[in-house]
Design a binder for this molecule. Structure first.
Ligand SMILES: [Zn+2]
Length: 442
């Protein structure tokens, strides 16, 4: 059944017109897809695992709704399907005149999303795991000639998530989705800071869409790890809402902050890529979220209302020094990228003073908003552990020092304004990172 938060979110979504989440809803896939996309022909794209879990029932439901079906395209289940452009080409070649229906999770959905977009078709997805918030998102992360990019595409028109199917998915996929949803905690806090500093005001509707269900969705980690279908409602709905919020907002700010940049940087370093299955997006995001929750704890330990803002602004490094620092921390095209991104948010003098003045002046109120949004890093670590998600750097093959070294790089990596920038502009960045690793880090 379509719950009311989803119905409200669909009203503002740019591409997605129907989302069905519930136990036993797979037979509704046919009529719901036919109602939005006609009677085909449809091409179901799956892999051996997702096909075995739901393929024949999905096809039967589409046929019962009067749809014409092409021969399904089923990729091998092992090794794990890779989000490479080659695989997207395979799907495009199989599509002919058909409208694709993805039956799978992250990678499969991304491949079908891009294939459909490039051929100018709409598509639907029947999700098989609560593994990330990209089902309803409009971007497809893809690897092409060894370089990772996120291609802008259209989100699916119909999304069907049968909780009985999703709950039967391998546990590491659920743990990944738990990590991706946990990111909304520090990511939301970053948006609060961007709001207070006037850089990116909070859109109240979009905020509610993403944030209102997060704490309850994360409240049953052990039941999720045990595969109890009744525990999946909030997690699946939360992940879907997060993608719909990005559609409504026209960007990823509602669903991600600095914690995602830790993950992106580790992905660019190919962390865990040679594992089978490869280390998931949500696993890296889980550790990034812990890093940022710990950083926020250090930040909230300060009384920023006592800041001598004139002195802080006077101490601000000139742009040339910052560019030199970026070029020490990054090489090649990534260095040029980081310079461009950081330049876009760099401010000094009166501009910097005007940006930070409201934060310093209203710090007690802002700190209150942040405390209501955040959880202590130790609590988040305990919940991630119960969900079967990574809760220490070692769980994803990193050391504490690796995470520590990622802090400044995460700040330079994107133009998005986060807690890292606030601390840096106030001249307390290094001290807060020291505090994270001398007591707060769980
Ligand atoms: Zn994510």
């Amino acid at each position: 059944m379509t719950g009311s938060p989803l119905t409200a979110a669909l009203r503002r979504a740019s591409d997605t017109r129907d989302v069905v989440v519930g136990r036993g809803v797979l037979p509704q896939a046919g009529p719901r897809i036919a109602a939005q996309l006609g009677t085909g022909p449809f091409l179901v794209v799956a892999d051996d695992n997702t096909w075995a879990g739901a393929g024949p029932r999905l096809v039967a439901s589409l046929e019962a709704a009067g749809c014409v079906m092409a021969e399904p395209l089923v990729f091998p289940g092992s090794p794990t399907l890779y989000a490479s452009y080659d695989n997207c080409e395979v799907i495009k070649a199989a599509m002919g005149e058909a409208t694709p229906v993805a039956l799978g999770a992250g990678t499969l959905n991304d491949l079908v999303k891009l294939a459909a977009f490039e051929l100018g078709r709409d598509y639907a997805v029947v999700g098989t795991a609560a593994s990330m918030d990209g089902y309803t998102g409009a971007g497809a992360p893809m690897s092409e000639n060894g370089v990772k990019t996120t291609r802008a595409c259209k989100a699916p028109v119909v999304v069907v998530m049968d909780l009985d199917v999703v709950a039967a998915a391998p546990g590491h996929l659920t743990a990944s989705g738990y990590g991706d949803l946990a990111a909304k905690i520090p990511g939301g806090a970053d948006w609060i800071l961007a709001d207070v500093t006037g850089i990116e005001p909070v859109d109240a509707d979009v905020w509610a869409m993403v944030q209102s269900g997060v704490s309850s969705a994360l409240s049953r980690p052990a039941a999720l790890a045990a595969g109890d279908p009744d525990a999946f409602d909030g997690l699946v709905e939360g992940l879907c809402l997060s993608g719909l919020a990005m559609q409504a907002y026209g960007g990823t700010r509602p669903a991600s902050g600095a914690e995602h940049y830790f993950s992106h940087l580790w992905e660019l370093a190919h962390l865990g890529e040679d594992h089978d299955p490869p280390l998931s997006h949500g696993a890296k995001v889980a550790v990034g979220s812990l890093a940022m929750c710990a950083f926020y704890e250090a930040l909230l330990g300060r009384d920023l209302s006592r800041t001598d803002l004139r002195a802080a602004v006077a101490r601000r490094q000139p742009w040339g020094e910052i560019e030199a620092d970026i070029r020490k921390l990054f090489v090649g095209a990534l260095a040029d990228h980081a310079v461009r991104e950081t330049r876009a948010k760099y401010a000094s003098g009166e501009e910097l003073y005007a940006r930070l003045a409201p934060l310093v002046a209203d710090w007690p109120a802002t700190a209150e908003r942040l405390r209501a949004q955040l959880v202590p890093a130790a609590d988040l670590a305990a919940r991630l552990r119960l969900a079967g998600a990574p809760s220490r750097p070692e769980d994803i093959g990193l050391t504490g020092d690796d995470v520590r070294a990622t802090f400044p790089r995460a700040m330079y990596y994107r133009s998005r304004y986060t807690a890292l920038d606030v601390a840096w502009e106030l001249g307390i960045f290094d001290d807060l990172v020291d505090e994270v690793f001398s007591g707060i880090w769980p």
